[in-house]
Design a protein around this ligand. Structure first.
Ligand SMILES: Nc1ncnc2c1ncn2[C@@H]1O[C@H](COP(=O)(O)OP(=O)(O)OP(=O)(O)O)[C@@H](O)[C@H]1O
Length: 408
């Protein structure tokens, strides 16, 4: 569908990107990712023919873009740029109908086929109800849907979009994204879009192009191209990292409070770990099973951890290592894990912590705690939920810090 051969783009003598090479098959979704000012818009504008290439070639369906006439190009390619559309007093239907211009005659008169195409396009973006409303009076999200409908009414094979979800709330962002995804999957339309959301790009795209420092830094399926270090390099991230497994950005913290020791299990500690990390606590954790969500998140959040392979029991040595970490912690937290064959050691850890007189906070009910820990549970502070627990720990931590300061 699209092939770039040693393409350099820019403005006059200013080269923004040089010698970009890649090709894209029909019906694929390509996301252009890169920091502000990297050249995504400049590349998109060059692919639309709105600005000439500085050197190299763009081939669309095997034909050189520079030699294609505009009418022919408009029947293949639709463009959605970020420039605000100000179409005067046109209704949403009339704006959508503007997309039919490559198919109508000189006077732009719509025939029955054109009206059908306009209705189909409005239906595809689920905006038939907006048809009679004035475009200017629509919300940003509604406008974006109509602009997409206009591109679809053109019945293109290739759609180029610059930041199609910018200014949209979550609902409209997801709607627009799912419309674009369906275009590729159901209609075989090729989509090239610049996006700022790495997570969205990784879920949506067949291919991603990483644009940075004057060229194409990488190109390929997101599963191969997007990882912690490539994203950190691309955006020059400091104080944050991209978790490619969960597809989310995690903020680093200096862990100035605590540390606290979390006893995890089977994903029971995930919200808790995130909350404590957000509140600035340094995290210690054990015993965590590899492959478990708690293990993954604890390691992404930079916790010091004792871990064992999935489904295996911790050894005496693992327990000793945990106790060593636990001794460093102000408090111990029971994540309320479900007890099974493989994590008996985590119950033993809680028992040892209570026997040593450590302050233990728990996400279990009093009843559950008693069942698991017997009379020792009397020394446990049971909390209703993660927020309650974080509050209790903050109060306890504060009480610890003040005497320390006073004695100094
Ligand atoms: N008309 C212009 N003339 C000269 N330089 C320009 C022009 N338009 C943009 N630039 C410059 O070209 C470079 C690339 O800009 P571009 O808008 O393509 O980046 P981008 O990746 O789309 O950025 P963003 O994510 O912020 O939209 C920037 O340094 C920008 O200042």
């Amino acid at each position: 569908m699209l092939e770039l051969e040693k393409l350099s783009v820019g403005y006059g003598r200013k080269i923004v990107l040089s010698e970009v090479n890649f090709s894209l098959e029909e019906g694929r979704f390509l996301s252009l990712l890169g920091p502000n000012g990297a050249g995504k818009t400049t590349l998109l504008r060059t692919l639309t023919g709105l600005q000439p290439a500085l050197s190299g070639r763009v081939l669309i369906l095997g034909q050189d873009l520079a030699r294609m006439n505009r009418a022919k190009l408009a029947r293949i390619q639709a463009v959605v740029l970020t420039d605000r559309l100000t179409p005067g007093l046109l209704t949403a239907y009339e704006v959508t109908a503007l997309g039919r211009y490559p198919h109508t005659g000189f006077l732009g008169k719509l025939g029955p086929d054109d009206h059908q195409a306009v209705s189909r396009a409005l239906e595809m973006v689920e905006a038939k109800g907006l048809a009679e409303r004035f475009f200017q009076r629509l919300s940003d999200g509604e406008k974006q849907k109509i602009i997409l409908a206009r591109a679809l009414a053109q019945e293109p094979k290739l759609i180029l979009l610059d930041e199609p979800t910018v200014h949209l709330d979550l609902k409209h962002r997801l709607e627009v994204i799912s419309i674009l995804r369906n275009l590729c999957r159901d209609l075989g339309i090729t989509v090239v879009a610049s996006l700022h959301d790495v997570d969205m790009a990784s879920r949506l795209s067949d291919q991603v192009a990483l644009i940075a420092e004057g060229g194409l830094a990488d190109f390929g399926p997101p599963e191969l191209v997007l990882n912690d270090s490539s994203v950190a390099r691309l955006y020059k991230l400091e104080g944050a990292r991209y978790d490619s497994r969960l597809g989310v950005m995690e903020l680093e913290n200096q862990g100035k409070r605590g540390p606290v020791f979390v006893v995890p299990g089977g994903g029971s500690a995930t919200s808790l770990l995130r909350l404590l990390h957000k509140r600035g606590f340094a995290l210690l954790c054990g015993v965590a099973h590899q492959g478990d969500m708690d293990h993954h998140l604890a390691s992404v959040l930079g916790a010091r951890m004792v871990s064992v392979p999935a489904f295996s029991r911790a050894s005496e040595k693992d327990l000793d290592n945990c106790l060593e970490l636990m001794n460093m912690a102000d408090v111990v937290i029971d994540s309320g894990f479900e007890l099974g064959m493989a994590n008996q050691a985590n119950r033993d850890l809680l028992i040892r912590a209570l026997q040593k007189g450590k302050q233990v906070f728990s996400l279990r009910s009093d009843h559950e705690a008693k069942e698991m820990l017997g009379s020792l549970s009397a020394n446990l502070v049971c909390c209703k939920n993660e927020l309650d627990l974080a509050r209790e720990i903050s109060a306890y931590n504060h009480a610890l810090v003040i005497p320390k300061k006073q004695s100094a």
